[in-house]
Design a protein around this ligand. Structure first.
Ligand code: HEM
Length: 410
């Protein structure tokens, strides 16, 4: 039978959600699997939480990614933040197809495999610095406690994506701050606009420098595509850089950090992996399923009313497809809250599904494999330096990531 509304009044998502989203989603999945909420940003949105519904929704062409279709004709956002939106994750075909094709070839498994020696070298140098107690930035303390995020989980994917794009180092800490504001659900609009404006100015300068001195990197290739006329306009070029840089590090940071937390709080699984490193590729899939670097996929919209799981979602309201909940759905994964590095976790939706399936998945998998392999073999005594209950999660609706992860190396 089709219901016309969700059974609950929209529930506000707040700090309790940030700190334990999976508990909130588990209740919805059981009691009201398609439900409306008030997001931490104060907006009404619809959440889809069961695995079957999630897979279907991610592949459903009636769910649009192009928010511009909902705006009145002629709506022009402020360029300093508008450029943050003109990327492929906010586009439907044919724009999406064109934008994605421009970068997809840089991320094929073959192209990514060629990056292995460089990723291994970056990993080794970060871990050496961490062990020597100098860390990266403020990651290491004199008491033997290290923030694994500052010293390792952040700089590894950030360095890799910057090198791939051809972005010089030096500005990465600043970029981290802007990116965290853009993805925060509690930043004010002024803070958001200031961070967007700073990124806009930074990328504009970067492009001018790159045009003056092109190199063998992805940014130069994208500029050539744009300047040859028919593929990218200037806002799309800026938005592409923004998307690749943010998507290229914000997620993998959390695979490494939250995945490490999962291992350190499941000592028997950790010992199992240390004893049999051949489990590593499968373990990465299970860590993606279990640790869920993103709470949900990015916004979608139904231009027409849409029935999902017996509930009618009204036209125009944002729809959040909750990939982390799908990955814990007992109807798909038996005993889903158990970390089991030997399980077959294939079919997880941590990288999404359908035409927007993560372009960077081969890179993220390779970074994860190298990072966990080196961390576990290099630090046999690695342990948490705080009670897990004291850890804080970032106040972001989208990103499921720790603020810090203090560990002892020996
Ligand atoms: C563990 C790490 C990662 C996770 C969990 C992840 C997750 C995702 C998910 C769920 C989507 C689809 C979002 C949606 O449908 O709304 C996506 C898309 C995307 N990801 Fe990733 N990602 C990761 C790493 C990366 C990396 C390293 C890159 C490198 C540049 C990247 C680039 C992208 C891009 C460009 C898209 C948009 C694809 C499209 O719209 O067709 N991601 N990612």
């Amino acid at each position: 039978m089709t219901e016309t509304t969700a059974p609950f009044e929209p529930q506000p998502l707040g700090d309790r959600y940030f700190q334990d989203p999976l508990r909130v989603f588990a209740r919805m999945r059981e009691q009201s699997p398609v439900t409306s909420v008030i997001t931490p940003e104060g907006q009404r949105a619809w959440l889809i939480t069961r695995y079957e519904d999630v897979r279907k929704a991610l592949a459903d062409p009636r769910l649009s990614k192009d928010w511009r279709k909902l705006r009145s004709p002629g709506f022009v956002p402020d360029p300093s933040v508008g450029f943050l939106m003109a990327h492929m994750l906010n586009a439907d075909p044919p724009d999406h197809t064109r934008l994605r094709r421009l970068v997809q070839k840089a991320f094929t498994p073959g192209r990514v495999a060629a990056l292995r020696p460089r990723i291994e070298a970056i990993t080794a140098s970060l871990l050496d610095a961490m062990a020597a107690g100098v860390g990266s930035g403020s990651g290491s303390g004199s008491d033997g406690v290290v923030d694994l995020i500052t010293a390792f989980a952040f700089p590894l994917p950030m360095t890799v994506i910057c090198e791939l794009l051809g972005i010089p180092d030096g500005d990465r800490e600043e970029f981290k701050t802007w990116s965290q504001v853009i993805l925060s659900s509690t930043a004010t609009f002024d803070e958001y606009r200031a961070a967007g404006g700073a990124m806009y100015a930074y990328f504009t300068r970067l492009l001018a420098d790159k045009r003056a001195a092109p190199a063998d990197d992805l940014l130069s290739a994208l500029i050539t595509a744009r300047d040859s006329g028919d593929s990218l306009d200037e806002p799309e070029l800026l938005a592409m850089i923004f998307l690749l840089l943010v998507a290229g590090h914000e997620t993998t940071v959390n695979l490494i950090a939250t995945g490490t937390l999962a291992l350190l709080t499941h000592p028997s699984e950790l010992s199992r992996l240390r004893a049999d490193p051949s489990l590593l590729p499968g373990a990465i899939e299970e860590l993606l399923r279990y640790a869920n670097p993103l709470n949900h996929a990015t916004d979608r919209y139904a231009p027409e009313p849409l029935e999902v799981g017996g509930v009618i979602i009204p036209a125009g309201e944002p729809v959040l497809v909750v990939t982390s909940s799908a990955n814990r759905d007992p109807a798909r994964f038996p005993d889903p809250d158990r970390l089991d590095l030997g399980r077959d976790a294939s079919g997880h939706v941590a990288f999404g599904h359908g035409i927007h399936y993560c372009v960077g998945a081969p890179l993220a998998r390779l970074e994860g494999e190298i990072a966990f392999g080196a961390l576990l073999s290099g630090f046999p005594g690695l342990s948490l330096a705080v009670d897990p209950a004291a850890l804080r999660w970032r106040p972001s609706s989208l990103i499921h990531g720790l603020e810090t992860l203090p560990v002892r190396l020996r």
